[in-house]
Structures are given as C-alpha cells and as structure tokens.
Design a protein around this ligand. Structure first.
Ligand SMILES: [Zn+2]
Length: 47
C-alpha cells in the first residue's frame, strides 16, 4: 500500500492525498493557503 502526503512549505499543513488530489494541488496550489506546490512537496510512503 502506497500513501502520499502533501506538506505545504508555506503553512506546514500535511494532508494525505490520492492521485487526483495530487494533480489538483500541483495545478492550483495548497488547499489550505493556495501557495504554489511542487513535486518536492509530496512524500511517498510504502507500507
Ligand atoms: Zn499551505
């Protein structure tokens, strides 16, 4: 099972995301503060 977490570099909010949410965040930015996001802001954890 693979889990992806987004951590905002601006507001430090951490959110578990799926592929669709990941695409949305890359396009529109952080869901909390709308700061721009990059691939580096996503961490993949394999369990
Ligand atoms: Zn943010």
């Amino acid at each position: 099972m693979t889990t992806v977490h987004f951590t905002c570099t601006d507001c430090a909010q951490t959110i578990e995301v799926n592929d669709a949410m990941r695409e949305t965040i890359l396009e529109t930015g952080c869901p909390v503060c709308t700061a721009a996001a990059t691939e580096e802001d996503f961490a993949v954890t394999c369990e």
